[in-house]
Design a protein around this ligand. Structure first.
Ligand code: ZN
Length: 404
């Protein structure tokens, strides 16, 4: 009833999709069991594996997926030459400790079972390269997993994990880790130190709201799947908070005049936010309260490397412009006399755009050779700009050359 295909290297026993309810005992008792190297029993109705499985003493590949197997016998540990074991799509609630005896095992697949945990003995599988236990009920991984020195791929998708053991960081050959669809709260802090790790998939871990710093610095080298996580900032664009502004609104009318830069930022809500180095990252409004508070965080994307003036500076500049046009239209702005005098008298002007400056500016060293007496001499002087953008413009535009 079995097809045994032999060639010089492998004896393959294929009994896939035969509707078998038991592994035929005749196979185990025959002398040929020791000759079988690949045993395929996929898609049958096996509810268990006989203890006599050990008679396949030269087995290298064992496919048992898509059966109804509820447990594996301890004797499976006797298959010392086994390199691939696939017990996926069964009813296993645990793997026997003896699995750790499979010293030649390179690939272990046990996805879509009912595993609650992995035996600590998996750490003894010194040759294991791929471990796939997705779609189980595993709530924690044993620390011993950190001893799988040859592991390259680990897939623990769709389990009940809230954390991954720090010992994973000891896996010096791990290239891909997939832990999507779990309840991860954190990732091991030293994850980014694993130089071989290039793919990390932690999508759909809704409580995962930060990445370890060690990983943030390697986002160029590591591909990270983070869809539907709690992480607000995409790791490839680290955002640094620059200023935090609380603005009070009453009945949806502003009771302060916003500096124009801030108004512009708010307008960006409906336009292309990436067009500006400034980004509005927090926007909270409590409609149940008469007096709403809006929390605005001015951020700048590290890519743009630009800064904005302080809020005090922006406010003073805004009031300066408002006072200049007050006679033409009534803005109803009333300021204390001393403040009004202050905003009428800027301390300087931007050397690029002529914007008024009060208490903050972006200084830079100008160089020019403006002296007709010493045309080859370079003179340095201090320039002031209203914003970092203006300052950069100063560098881009060639200095005015005086002609004689
Ligand atoms: Zn300027």
């Amino acid at each position: 009833m079995a097809d045994i295909t032999s060639n010089q290297m492998n004896s393959i026993l294929s009994m896939n999709y035969r509707g078998l309810e038991d592994m035929p005992t005749s196979l185990m008792s025959s002398h040929s069991a020791a000759d079988v190297q690949h045993l395929y029993m996929k898609g049958n109705r096996l509810t268990g594996v006989p203890e006599t499985i050990y008679k396949f003493e030269n087995l290298t590949v064992l496919y048992l997926q898509s059966n109804r197997i509820e447990s594996l016998p301890q004797t499976i540990g006797a298959l010392k030459t086994l390199e691939l074991l696939d017990v996926s799509f069964n009813y296993l609630e645990k793997l026997p400790e003896e699995i750790g005896c499979l010293q030649k095992l390179k690939r272990l697949y046990a996805f879509s079972n009912r595993l609650k945990q992995l035996p600590k003995s998996v750490g003894a599988l010194q040759n294991l390269e791929v471990l796939g236990v997705m779609k189980n009920e595993i709530s924690s991984l044993p620390a011993e997993i950190g001893r799988l020195v040859n592991l390259k791929e680990l897939n623990v998708d769709s389990n009940h994990l809230t954390s991954l053991p720090n010992q994973l960081c000891c896996l010096g050959h791990l290239q891909e880790l997939s832990a999507s669809n779990n309840n991860l709260l954190t990732l091991p802090q030293d994850f980014g130190m694993m130089k071989t790790l290039v793919n990390i998939f932690v999508d759909n871990n809704p409580f995962l709201n930060s990445l370890p710093l060690s990983l943030k610095s390697r986002t160029n080298e590591v591909k990270i799947g983070l869809n539907r996580c709690g992480i607000k900032e995409p790791p490839e664009h680290p955002v640094r908070a620059h200023q935090h502004v609380k603005i009070r609104w009453k009945n949806y009318k502003t009771i302060i005049i916003l500096p124009k830069q801030i108004s512009q930022i708010m307008c960006l809500m409906s336009t292309d936010m990436l067009a500006s180095p400034l980004q509005l990252s927090v926007w909270k409004r409590d409609p149940s309260r008469d007096c709403d508070e809006i929390s605005v965080t001015l951020c700048h994307d590290a890519e743009f490397m630009s800064r904005v003036p302080s809020l005090l500076e922006l406010t003073l500049r805004t009031f300066h412009h408002v006072l200049l046009i007050r006679d033409k239209s009534d803005h109803g702005v009333t300021l204390p006399q001393n403040i009004e005098e202050l905003v009428h008298c800027p301390t300087a002007h931007c050397c690029q755009c002529n914007e008024v400056l009060f208490v903050s500016a972006f200084p830079f060293i100008c160089q020019d050779n403006f002296s007709p007496q010493k045309p080859d001499a370079v003179f340095h002087f201090l320039g002031l700009c209203c914003t970092e953008q203006c300052k950069k413009r100063g560098y881009d535009v060639p200095m005015h050359q005086i002609k004689y």
